[in-house]
Design a protein around this ligand. Structure first.
Ligand SMILES: [Zn+2]
Length: 422
């Protein structure tokens, strides 16, 4: 699938209920800045019309944001009226940096994204997440510092650390109160480790922590827009997990942050396949990347490059093709389809997004999931349902981490702290 992102994120709408804009000045400032960030350059007249605010209110708040450097004037052909372009404003990329991190069991993607969504520096690395979190997070902090230097060179100026936020997606359920991972099966030594505090003290900026599947789902919603809600994103990687975004654009986490842990739902044909959680017959034990690799290799197909791991190894095996490979993908699709059908009956999503490395090489997985879901879910639950691979692909996680970070920087509690040197 072609990746629609190159060097810059598109205008992403941060999903979520409309903020109250009538009570506090900070709320109005944040709402206007977020609206500009989601829509791209717009005029004060656009904001008056679309936000239902008095013109004097919009003018006062936009002027404050311009003076503070959060917004900037942009030249352009926006809304030509009587031959004169209306004065448009956009987010000033230099007003803040989001240090976006998508941590995986095998690969971690890190990026410095400016407030307006331009990716200034990006790297994909292997971090030792199976080791102790202290060592891993120390390496991550060093990497982020290096990327910040690179971002300053690319953009021509450094952003003060007070205007940074680290936004981290982890392959774990998260206790948002303490910002600690909860019993992650892929990285058990991280259970209860104070990841948020560790990154904050290493970088000297606020750190946000969120489950990776939820972050990816948020990124996809930001790209597709509110018409895609409610949305469920199913990640088929080292583990199998789901991110669920409700009709208001909010992440469904459940009472203890455990919502979306679909990989450990028992599969009707799971048999005695041993899962990373210790149980047998879980969806993950049948449909994850490592489960597919094991089944293909048991069929006698060998990987040309034995150093490959995870999705790279699976792709190498799948490229060899053959009926055994197709059968393994179909079995995985059937297991995922079974759990998606149940989710559709319970949550009635508008869109289900399948995220898998196989998206670039095979439609077998998607076709298999679709056929099981349409056969097993109730007709009303699939009436307007779209099941597709992710549109953002590899960039889902960074897009979602950027949105979380932007929402924090522009929040009513933070926006007055943003100050851009003249
Ligand atoms: Zn399990």
């Amino acid at each position: 699938m072609a990746n629609p992102l190159t060097s810059s994120l598109p205008y992403l709408v941060a999903p979520g209920p409309a903020r109250s804009v009538a009570v506090l000045t900070e709320d109005v400032l944040g709402a206007i800045a977020e609206r500009v960030g989601g829509a791209g350059p717009c005029s004060k007249a656009d904001l008056v019309r679309e936000m239902g605010l008095p013109r004097s209110t919009v003018t006062a708040h936009v002027d404050w944001l311009l003076n503070r450097g959060v917004l900037t004037h942009v030249a352009g052909e926006h809304q030509l009226k009587r031959g004169r372009p209306a004065e448009s404003v956009a987010l000033n990329g230099g007003a803040g940096w989001i240090l976006a991190v998508e941590m995986g069991a095998l690969k971690t993607t890190v990026a410095v994204v400016d407030l307006a969504g331009a990716i200034l520096a990006r790297r994909k690395v292997s971090l030792p997440v199976s080791q102790d979190p202290k060592t891993c997070l120390a390496k991550l902090a060093v990497l982020l510092e290096e990327l910040a230097v690179e971002a300053a060179e690319v953009s021509g100026h450094a952003v003060p650390r007070a205007n940074w936020v680290a936004s981290i997606a982890l392959p774990a359920r998260i206790d948002l109160q303490t910002r600690r991972p909860l019993r992650p099966t892929i990285m058990p030594t991280w259970d209860g480790y104070p990841v948020g505090e560790a990154i904050e003290s290493a970088l000297g900026c606020p750190a946000l922590l969120e489950n990776d599947c939820s972050v990816r789902a948020l990124g996809e919603v930001g790209y597709l827009g509110p018409d895609s809600l409610p949305l469920i994103s199913i990640q088929i990687g080292t583990g199998v997990g789901a991110g669920i975004i409700d009709s208001s654009g909010l992440i469904i986490r459940g009472a203890n942050g455990a919502a979306g842990d679909v990989g450990h739902i028992p599969y009707s044909k799971g048999g005695d396949a041993l899962c990373s959680c210790g149980a047998r017959g879980c969806i993950e034990a049948v449909a994850s990347v490592s489960a597919m690799i094991a089944k293909i290799e048991r069929a006698g197909i060998t990987c040309a490059d034995d150093t490959l791991r995870g999705s790279d190894r699976l792709l190498s095996l799948v490229e060899q093709g053959g009926p055994d490979v197709t059968q393994v993908i179909r079995e995985s699709a059937e297991a995922i389809g079974e759990v998606v059908a149940s989710l559709c009956n319970v949550l009635n999503p508008r869109r289900v997004v399948i995220t898998s490395a196989l998206a670039t090489v095979s439609h077998e997985l998607l076709a298999g999931v679709r056929s099981v879901v349409y056969a097993r879910a109730r007709p009303l639950a699939t009436k307007d349902l779209v099941i597709d691979y992710s549109q953002l692909g590899d960039s889902m996680g960074i897009a979602g981490a950027y949105l979380l970070g932007r929402r924090f920087l522009l929040s009513s509690s933070n926006i007055k702290r943003l100050r851009v040197a003249a």
